[in-house]
Design a protein around this ligand. Sequence first.
Ligand SMILES: [Zn+2]
Length: 338
Amino acid sequence: MSSRPPVSFPGGKQFAFSIFDDTDVATLEYIRPIYELLERLGFRTTKSVWPLPYYGHSDYQGSDTLADPEYASYVRHLQERGFEIAFHGARMETSERAEIIAAFERYKQILGRHPQAYAAHGRNCDNLYWGADRFRFRLWRWLYAALGGRHERAGEGHRPESPYYWGDLAEQHLRYVRSFTYDDLNVWNITAAVPYRTAGTPGVRAFFPSSFADNVEEFIELLSPARQAQLEHERGLAIVGTHFGKGFLHDGRVHPGVVEVLTRLSQRPGWFQPVSTLLDYLVEAQGGAVPLKGYALFRLEALWFWHRFHGRDKHRTYEKTESPYLRRASERRAARSG
Ligand SMILES: [Zn+2]
């Protein structure tokens, strides 16, 4: 980053770092060692959950939800240890309004409050401002459709006429909604406006952009020593979206590459807080979510395409054989057919 960072961090910390863990394919036995490592290294991050179970066919079948008592109690334990628990939608597949209301209540029953942050999941119809509706500029909606998005159903969570509407609940309960993701560890290289708000998006108090690493291999690359050094040098802000359920365990232990990058990062002078804590601090420092419009918003949306296009060669696959969600999903299938 050539310009000065918009905000400096407390306690002489040189940069800020957090993780937003999308709960896809996560199970208790799989994620526990990862959260133990994070806690030991002094990181406090954000883990998302699905409050409700789903019993039909789903690519995510076998993932844990707050309907599993042991998992729910571990999630509560994480919250007590200073981790943030966020909302990844009501469940792994599309939910209608009544289910979404039930999901918020279930969350509150277990965690004592409502979630503050949310990220959309997959292609669920209840996603907020998703698909073509992510974009405020017609040019980008058109490009999105032209690149194949027209076959996709847009998320309708923000449309009052839809059976999947919950924009009013989002506005009432949530402070932060993840918008676009990029392949740059420092989100201030994308925009200085974090978190930001836009006109014409009722239901969302503030959006935040983030970087994204789909799985363990991409995570290790995103947090390479060179990128860590650059983040610190730029005095940047890192919010990394990822899936801890995707390959982070190896032979029952945290992948050695993850242990290495996180250990190195923990030795740097960073501020390691949950996503909402970091965003609250920025809101306080900047007098609110930063209004984003005109060219700055146009550019933010354009950069998403740019990163999608140039990030293609950065996609990595990962080892799935050990994933307990796959084992469990096939056991359930066998039990149904047997
Ligand atoms: Zn997801």
